[in-house]
Design a protein around this ligand. Sequence first.
Ligand SMILES: Cc1ncc(COP(=O)(O)O)c(C=O)c1O
Length: 491
Amino acid sequence: MPVLNQSDTPLLAAMNNYVADGTVPFHTPGHKQGKGMHPRLESILGRKTLALDLALMAELDDLHEPHGCIKLAQDLAASLYGADHSYFVVNGTTGGIYAMILTIAGPGDKIIVPRNAHRSIIGGIILSGAIPVFIHPETDRELGLAMGVTPLTVEEAIQKHPDAKGVVIINPTYYGVATDLKQIVDIVHKHGMAVVVDEAHGPHLKFNDALPMQALDAGADICAQSTHKIVGAMTQCSMVHCRADRISVPRLKAMLQLVQSTSPNYILLASLDVARMQLATEGNELVQRAVELAGWVRDEINAIPGLYCFGREKIGNPGVHSLDPTKITVTVKGLGLKGAEAERILREHYKVQVELSDMYNILFLITFGDGEKEARVLVDALRDMALKYGGKNDFSLMDDVYSQVTYPDMPEQVLSPRQALFGQTRTVPFTEAAGKICAEIITFYPPGIPLLCPGERISEDVIEYCRRLQDAGLHISGPEDYLLKTVKVVE
Ligand SMILES: Cc1ncc(COP(=O)(O)O)c(C=O)c1O
């Protein structure tokens, strides 16, 4: 096998060679380099791109049994990130997380997970049949956001559940908050368990010292990163990186096969190859540019009356060890606006689209795809929005609701999420559901931490708590009946 360096893109090179060769394709995909595709799509994508929409064959290697150009491309990624092995994933970090959880836990195995886990983690738990041991992240009342879980919380969970197979950590959160991962890894490893990291929002961490430490550098065993979210790969493209000492690499490979297509899109795969090359050759410079731009944006926003963009002053608070400054979370409650209202105003009046909004906040991602021009558009739009739309409501009510009611105890877990999901279910009025076993996830924003997960017993306290949050107008996510008049329960 040839020795390559980080400026090479072995997969893209093999694809280009195949096309340049002029071979007549009697293989999938059926559009045959665009010739069989309807012009409405073909004219957008272009024949040059469509010619690269290729299928697995000897010189293009096989994602599931790589030994040629895909292996070379993955090995370059492993060497860049400092992994023993890296794998390309074409169904997002969602697919990567499924595979990671299936690698460390099977039916009946315990796994320690943050309660604010992304739905892909719950999905992995359902697929594996594992039993989640939920741990609470810290919350920031001012922002209405979940932060990280503390090392102490992890340690306590391990003491109570020494038979757990591993611990899942989110590094960093969607809002860029990172916990003390290094300390957590040391604690978890001391107890002989594996650390699995949802690093969907961290494929760039390696490339700038101002950013939180990436999972592999903290000693984590496996992580999945959404290369498509923050750096240069196409949507759906992620990577899974692992260290080989605590997890079974053959099992990880088998699980990645289980959750991925046998016909992965080669253009997507090539975009991972090129994104890796770009990071290796220019990553430090590019990420530094994004960090500086985000710093300017944050300062400008904080000078606008009524807006607040949190930053380094939060470091040291519970669950906040470090921050990714390229995540711009703007708290709009000082304007008397809800996050969703601010999102709508920005879109309709300023043609600015946020990444997400929640009760109090709107989130913007600054990446090295942005420049000064975009940054100015954002700051100008926020300044104008603050002038024109601010000061209409009083949102102190939202702060009050959480201080007025006591957070209910963690619900009793009666069935695994998998048993609840595949059990016989029926729909009952929510107010009459006390004592029954929930078959869905019920989450309120803020702070986005589920109050009920599938398999958990619904208590009077939870019903009352939900009612209070609903009365305060907080947004519900998860249940089929989004008004929560009814709930799905296990028969
Ligand atoms: C924290 C977190 N984990 C995992 C995912 C899933 O990533 P992907 O969209 O790449 O499947 C997301 C997606 O938003 C996320 O925010």
